[in-house]
Design a protein around this ligand. Structure first.
Ligand SMILES: NC(=O)c1ccc[n+]([C@@H]2O[C@H](COP(=O)([O-])OP(=O)(O)OC[C@H]3O[C@@H](n4cnc5c(N)ncnc54)[C@H](OP(=O)(O)O)[C@@H]3O)[C@@H](O)[C@H]2O)c1
Length: 313
């Protein structure tokens, strides 16, 4: 058991979607939140990370920093994805050991699991089959992060844990159509279709595959719960355990944005894996459950996006 109150907590990657949500959640605790801008500390530089941590002396570290991107970015920049992610996590985890950090939490992603893993995906499915080829670089780096936490626990007794969040959405997501994930991409498409008074909006593929989505504030709540209450080798899945078809997702988004046209499925585009949903029974049995209802989370995200777009114009 680790208590956040009165501790110095370093949130790495505090300007990212997850980092910001973790900081919002930490404001509920009486703790010192440590952050450092990327211009001041590039996390891929080992000596700089060690020097900064030596001075900052955090009690706990939450690793939200990573090079993150969609399938196209992974496929185009494989060296960046594997090199930067492995450097960031190795530098922070090793420096945390050197600086006697009491608790560390490393964030992976559900893409660490084999492409054909049984559904819903249990933690034990890790390394039981071949990875999806397109994002294997990112997945291998994230798997190395899990193994680093386990190795430092085994050899040095460090209380370093790993958590694997499902697909996330919420404020400060990436809404760039070229690099975004499915929810921000569909919000943007619905917004543009509405603004242009179009009669249709197009989604990729048949709309039939199922995906799981979690609001980033729910994710932050789960991260802080595990920081305080979990201490073991096995990485923990963090999700809602519920999934929805891409077509129903598009319908929900269309409604939340207020676009009244039709949805058209572009069957020339691939569907990808049919179902991808995490088994969250380990997390639920530890005493934490997702709380943010999908429709409410989506409405709030669309409101955030509308405000963001209004500020840009
Ligand atoms: N988003 C999702 O759907 C999702 C799902 C599952 C798991 N996750 C995991 O959650 C974590 C955070 O994701 P996110 O969506 O919040 O990503 P994000 O919005 O891209 O944030 C990543 C943060 O890392 C920082 N960063 C990257 N390289 C750095 C470097 N060399 N030095 C210093 N800072 C650096 C970025 O800084 P700048 O702001 O300066 O670029 C950014 O603030 C990742 O580990 C990801 O795998 C995310």
């Amino acid at each position: 058991m680790f208590e956040i109150a009165d501790k110095r907590i370093w949130v790495c990657g505090h300007n990212g979607m997850v980092g910001r949500a973790v900081i919002r959640a930490l404001h509920e605790y009486n703790c010192d939140i440590l952050t450092v801008e990327r211009q001041e500390l590039d996390l891929t530089r080992q000596q700089n990370v060690e020097d900064w941590m030596e001075k900052a002396k955090p009690d706990a570290v939450i690793i939200c920093a990573a090079k993150v991107g969609g399938v196209l970015a992974n496929d185009t920049f494989p060296a960046d994805f594997i090199y930067q992610n492995m450097s960031i996590e190795t530098n922070i985890i090793h420096a945390s050991y050197l600086c006697n950090v009491t608790k560390l939490i490393f964030l992976g992603s559900s893409c660490i699991y084999p492409k054909l893993a049984d559904q819903p995906i249990k933690e034990e499915a890790l390394l039981s089959g071949d990875l999806e080829q397109t994002n294997q670089w990112y997945a291998i780096a994230k798997i190395a992060g899990i193994k680093l936490c386990q190795a430092y626990r085994k050899q040095h007794g460090c209380d370093f844990i790993s958590v694997m969040p499902t697909n996330l959405y919420g404020p400060h997501d990436n809404f760039d159509l070229d690099t975004s994930h499915v929810i921000p991409a569909l919000i943007r498409k619905a917004h543009e279709a509405k603004s242009n008074e179009a009669s249709t909006m197009t989604i990729w593929g048949s709309g039939k595959p199922f995906r799981e989505f979690m609001h980033v504030d729910d994710c932050a709540s789960g991260i802080l719960f595990l920081l305080e209450h979990y201490s073991d080798y096995l990485h923990v899945n963090l999700g809602t355990g519920k999934d929805i078809t891409i077509y129903d997702l598009a319908l929900n988004i269309k409604q939340a944005v207020g676009f009244h046209g039709d949805i058209v499925c572009d069957l020339s585009k691939p569907d990808g894996t049919f179902r991808k949903c995490l088994d969250v029974s380990l997390l639920n049995n530890l005493g934490w459950q997702s709380k943010i209802n999908f429709k409410d989370g989506l409405r709030e995200t669309v409101n955030w996006f509308n405000k963001y777009m209004a500020e840009q114009s």
